[in-house]
Design a protein. Structure first.
Length: 462
């Protein structure tokens, strides 16, 4: 595009990389921020857009699971005999859900989830894409059919995409054969390499797509297979689910004599390219070593609460300099402020303290937001992020006229948004300089929602 597409937006408050500024004009050209001026007067024809925040990356999602929200809250089949409902009974329901839903439905559900992410403050999504095969478990005629659908959903909504094709080959530790419920995920290494290549080809048409790889978990991947992943990732990120469940820790100990995070740190070249999703059940030596390696922990507070996973020791880890970001994972509810609130409250409940994620310089909301922003960008393989020259013009605006913000300034604006709970205060979102959310609604919501309704009618059976 020619540089005459330059335009500017004026904000009464803006969270810049070195802190809060007042009366800020952001100028953007070709989707990138080209100038940041603070202490400027608003021009006669400029609108006050309120409080500008940088867009945040959602570092973990299985978009299709959005369609299951609210459908797994009753007693599952596993608990009929008196057993507890837990992650594993939820997973059995999720697998049954995969008996339905072809490419059209997957794309419609994914677009709906991506749209809600933009409305909720996420401007990039790392899609942990493990649904590859047809309902009968065979590859589609085009093996990258569903990858193309994910890319199309990103295009339709405007969200930035970090595509993570998932390698999934086994049911549990030790290379066990996959179960029938896993047939839509299964690939061998050759097919997987082709899928990563297809992902690169398909995302090349996006303005700022990134491709990494995701070995699903130590359950689904053997050590030999895992060893291939860094080369397949190229310069992209590497994500893996790890230590989400205590049963997974027990099974890993039985298999290897090591805990999952301990095993991974000993056997894989974990470094800043890696993102350890959940890492819920870690010992202090494990989380200290994750922090030392500079990897990101991918916390998914709402999903982890919904699935009864447990609580990651985020306060101690962050205090030790550990990096983390936020994922929406099962997408049972999608929203940045809700995720940050859940993260802080889970820590408060387990530590019986207050303001546990705050530090000497920053309030709780500000420290959570800054860390989620930085960790999300790192885990998504993005070098430039934030309200700074050279970064994509991905901007959130809070409506500063809301009663929730009356008399608030600086960090208290974020605290009031996150803890005051006025979600609708997030009024506008720009992606690469284009406004995609206006008054809290995505510009294509009507079309995307109608298509989602049609998809639900065919995948959800009464
Ligand atoms: Zn996940």
């Amino acid at each position: 595009m020619p540089s005459d597409t330059a335009h500017s937006l004026w904000f009464d408050h803006a969270l810049l990389p070195d802190g809060w500024a007042r009366r800020v004009r952001l100028t953007m050209a070709d989707g990138v921020i080209s100038a940041v001026e603070a202490g400027t007067e608003r021009g006669a024809h400029e609108t006050d857009h309120g409080v500008a925040l940088p867009g945040v990356a959602d570092l973990h999602s299985h978009a299709f699971q959005r369609a299951m929200a609210g459908l797994t809250e009753g007693r599952g089949p596993a608990s009929a005999g008196g057993e507890r409902d837990d992650f594993w009974s939820w997973r059995a329901l999720m697998y049954r859900f995969l008996d339905r839903g072809g490419p059209e439905e997957i794309e419609a559900i994914t677009a709906y989830a991506f749209m809600e992410m933009l409305e909720g403050g996420f401007t990039r999504i790392a899609e942990f894409h493990y649904l590859h095969n047809d309902i009968d478990g065979r590859p589609y005629a085009d093996p990258a059919e569903l990858t193309a659908r994910i890319v199309a959903a990103a295009e339709a909504t405007g969200i930035a995409l970090t595509l993570l094709p998932v390698f999934y080959a086994h049911a549990t530790f030790g290379g066990a054969a996959p179960s029938q419920g896993q047939r839509r995920f299964i690939t061998d290494l050759d097919q997987f390499a082709q899928r990563v290549e297809a992902g690169r080809r398909l995302t090349a048409r996006l303005p700022d797509g990134v491709v990494g790889v995701a070995p699903h978990s130590l359950r689904a991947v053997t050590p030999d297979e895992l060893a291939h992943m860094p080369a397949l990732a190229g310069n992209g990120p590497i994500h893996i689910h790890v230590a989400e469940q205590t049963k997974e820790v027990e099974d890993c100990l039985a298999w290897s004599g090591r805990r999952p995070v301990e095993w991974l740190l000993d056997h894989a070249p974990v470094d800043p390219r890696w993102c350890l999703i959940h890492a819920t059940h870690v010992t202090e030596p494990e989380w200290r070593e994750i922090a030392r390696r500079g990897a990101v922990v991918g916390l998914c507070p709402i999903t982890e609460a919904n699935l009864g996973d447990g609580v990651f020791p985020a306060a101690a880890y962050a205090e030790a300099g550990g990096r983390f970001g936020i994922g929406t994972d099962s997408n049972v509810q999608i929203g940045l402020s809700e995720e940050l609130r859940m993260l802080e409250y889970s820590q408060r409940l387990s530590l019986r303290g207050r303001a546990v994620m705050a530090d000497a310089a920053r309030s709780t909301g500000r420290a959570l937001f800054d860390r989620a922003h930085a960790g999300g960008a790192q885990a998504c393989g993005v070098a430039a992020s934030g309200l700074a020259v050279g970064a994509p013009a991905d901007v959130l605006a809070l409506d500063h006229g809301r009663i929730a913000f009356a008399g608030r300034d600086g960090d208290a604006l974020l605290d009031s948004w996150i803890f005051g709970g006025d979600r609708s205060a997030l009024r506008s979102v720009w992606r690469r300089g284009r406004q995609v959310v206006i008054d809290g609604r995505h510009i294509a919501r009507d079309t995307i929602e109608a298509r989602f309704r049609r998809a639900l009618a065919s995948v959800v059976q009464a």
